[in-house]
Design a protein around this ligand. Structure first.
Ligand SMILES: NC(=O)c1ccc[n+]([C@@H]2O[C@H](COP(=O)([O-])OP(=O)(O)OC[C@H]3O[C@@H](n4cnc5c(N)ncnc54)[C@H](OP(=O)(O)O)[C@@H]3O)[C@@H](O)[C@H]2O)c1
Length: 263
């Protein structure tokens, strides 16, 4: 096998990347489309000037079954099938205050956002991959699945742990059918949302540098000295989506600058 040139390695590939208007999802969309893939992506809001060559953007909320149905239709209409599915959407909107501040609704919201959205899309799109005995699924989990921050994101951490375990089970079942399933677990990644948080914290911390340090300290520090970049996560996703990782299945790749202090 030669890896001499993989500039166009996704030529002819059809990919669905959820949450592709911001952050890691946007970086992954650009990375795959830039290497020749036709990409379908989704978000709840359509930014007015979103225009990336080879990329179709569809309005769909992946936490709702109707959103899944919209995306499955779009996969058929705009891609005519699917080779790569990257479930990027996730996040937390639960309040701070510890475990007892979380209501039934908060738990259901976090599970929908970080587990069930991916489960629904996988269930609906796996049959297309099974038919051709080829496909790649990637789930974006979090280092919080093994390093839970209980103050404000315990339900998120638990949902991501479930996503990682689910991903492993799926990989065992579908690898014999030609489909690889892997997980990416990012640590602190400096997305636009993180930048906005740093801006807000800077007003009390005194400077951007102090605010960034405060955020990194809240994780117990980042040995590499800085957060990751969305483009670095996209590079890992591209590798895992490509044939260069042909025998990698059922694995979780942590990208956190060394934040998790144990093996
Ligand atoms: N950033 C970090 O430091 C970090 C660390 C560990 C893990 N992660 C995980 O990495 C993934 C990406 O995070 P990110 O920080 O890059 O995200 P982000 O910057 O907040 O971007 C989220 C993207 O997903 C879309 N989206 C959000 N909710 C959606 C929904 N219900 N249905 C459809 N689209 C939706 C957003 O568009 P709309 O808002 O318009 O829908 C946007 O395009 C998430 O799974 C997150 O949990 C992030």
């Amino acid at each position: 096998m030669s890896y001499a040139s993989y500039e166009n390695e996704f030529q002819g590939k059809r990919a669905l990347v959820t949450g592709g208007t911001q952050g890691m999802g946007l970086a992954i969309v650009k990375r795959l489309a830039g290497a020749g893939a036709t990409v379908l992506t989704s978000a709840r809001n359509i930014p007015p000037n979103y225009n990336i060559p080879n990329v179709h953007l569809v309005q769909a909320d992946v936490t709702k079954p109707e959103g899944t149905a919209t995306l499955v239709e779009a996969v058929k209409e705009k891609l005519g099938g699917i080779d790569i599915l990257i479930n990027t959407v996730g996040g937390s909107s639960a309040p701070s205050g510890g475990a007892l501040a979380l209501t039934e609704d908060h738990w259901l919201e976090e599970l929908n956002m970080n587990l069930l959205g991916s489960v629904r899309l996988d269930r609906n799109l796996l049959p297309f991959m099974v038919e051709y005995r080829k496909g790649v699924i990637i789930h974006v989990s979090s280092i919080q699945r093994s390093l839970p921050l209980y103050e404000s994101t315990l339900a998120y951490a638990a949902a991501k742990a479930a996503l990682t375990t689910y991903s492993k089970g799926l990989s065992n079942e579908f690898a014999p059918k030609g489909i690889r399933v892997n997980t990416i677990a990012p640590g602190f990644i400096q997305t636009e949302a993180a930048n906005r948080l740093i801006d807000r914290l800077a007003t009390t911390a005194g400077s951007h540098e102090a605010a960034l340090e405060q955020l990194m300290d809240s994780l117990g520090g980042i040995p590499y000295g800085r957060p990751g970049l969305p483009e670095e996560v996209a590079e890992l996703a591209a590798f895992l989506a490509s044939d260069r990782s042909a025998s990698i299945n059922g694995s979780e790749y942590v990208i956190d600058g060394g934040t998790i202090p144990t093996v």
